[in-house]
Structures are given as structure tokens and as C-alpha cells.
Design a protein around this ligand. Structure first.
Ligand code: GRF
Length: 192
């Protein structure tokens, strides 16, 4: 597979978009963001707009398979080398993954395989772990189960709440996802 230089990236978002902001701020010789796609109206779209990046919304309407096809069509139209799920809060299904699974990466706020799912920070605190962290992995059909690319630990501070711990993890995530893309670029990486 041949990749563009810099890599062309589509970013999937659902929320505040601070990870997207880090990706925007670190664009350069390694990668550039060619489109941002959300499943709903969210502040991340405004960040894309401020950066002059095309931003589109594909709301989950109708059945899930047809939404996955519409999402994949919207991504494919931007012809990305890689897709980054950066705070995208929907599970990607087979119609999307058949086309992009081998080159879609997700960032998750825990050290997988511990604490998959939408409440990773809350679950880690509830379990009482002393170390959690951030994982960047390829997306497969499971929930946060795909092959791990990179991880960084974050120590849990006694007495901190979910929001405080999540913010400290997100500081790590913001650097880790950028370094993974820079690594893909350096390696001329092929997901094959
Ligand atoms: C990150 O912790 C990401 O791993 C999780 O949602 C958060 C997104 O934060 N899935 P933001 O919207 O980029 O600020």
C-alpha cells in the first residue's frame, strides 16, 4: 500500500475535541488532517472549523449498518491513509471496518485490556488500581480489543475524582496519538 507524504488523516470525533486540537496543532511534515467527521453536533466540529478543516456530521439515523456505510462513504471521499478515532463514542461496525479496519486507530483512556468501554476512567477508579494510562490501538470488531500500538502509564493520585484523573490521562493521550502518527510516517508504515 502506498501512503501520501505527509499522511492524510481523517479524524472521528464526538465530544470536546481536545485530542483533535492536539492533532491539529501538531500537523506538519508527518501528517495533515483532511476531514473531521462527527456523529453529532459537538465542540470538536468548531475546532475543525477554526483550523479551516472540512467538518461533516453523519448522525446515527436509521439502521446501524446503513449508518456505518454512510460513515465509511464520508471517510472514503477524503481518501485518508489512516483514520483516527479521537473521542468518537460510537462502536464502528463491519460495514465500516471491512473498508477501514486495518487503518483505523483509536485512543482509549486506560491500559487495555483493562477497562475497555465508555467508562474506562470511572471503572479504573472504582477497581482501585494505582496505575492506569492511555492506549492507542487498531480498531477491530470488539470493544477496545484491537492490536495495541502504544501505551503510556499514569499513576492514580489518592483522592482525585474521575474528571481530574481523566484530564491527566488526556494530557498523555494528546501526545501519544501524535507520536503514533509520527511513527507511522517515519516507518513509511503499512498496516499490512
Ligand atoms: C478521550 O479520553 C478519549 O480516549 C475518550 O474520550 C476522550 C476524548 O476527549 N474516548 P476529547 O473530546 O478529545 O477532549
Amino acid at each position: 500500500m502506498t501512503f501520501r507524504d505527509p499522511l492524510n488523516i481523517v479524524v472521528l470525533v464526538s465530544g470536546t475535541g481536545t485530542l483533535l486540537q492536539s492533532l491539529i496543532d501538531h500537523q506538519g511534515s508527518a501528517y495533515r488532517i483532511v476531514r473531521v467527521v462527527a456523529d453529532k453536533d459537538c465542540p470538536a466540529l468548531e475546532r475543525a472549523g477554526r483550523a479551516g478543516i472540512e467538518a461533516l456530521t453523519v448522525p446515527l439515523e436509521g439502521d446501524r449498518d446503513s449508518w456505518n456505510v454512510r460513515l465509511a462513504d464520508t471517510v472514503e471521499a477524503a481518501a485518508p491513509d489512516y483514520v483516527v478515532s479521537a473521542g468518537f463514542m460510537k462502536i464502528l461496525g463491519a460495514p465500516f471496518l471491512d473498508r477501514f479496519g486495518a487503518r483505523t486507530v483509536n485512543t482509549h483512556p486506560a491500559l487495555l485490556p483493562s477497562f475497555p468501554g465508555a467508562h474506562a476512567v470511572r471503572d479504573a477508579l472504582a477497581y482501585g488500581v494505582k496505575v492506569t494510562g492511555s492506549t492507542v490501538h487498531f480498531v477491530d470488531a470488539g470493544v477496545d480489543t484491537g492490536p495495541i500500538i502504544a501505551q503510556k502509564p499514569v499513576e492514580v493520585v489518592d483522592g482525585e475524582d474521575e474528571a481530574e484523573l481523566h484530564e491527566r490521562i488526556k494530557k498523555v493521550e494528546r501526545r501519544l496519538i501524535v507520536s503514533v502518527l509520527e511513527g507511522f510516517h517515519r516507518a513509511g508504515a503499512s498496516p499490512d
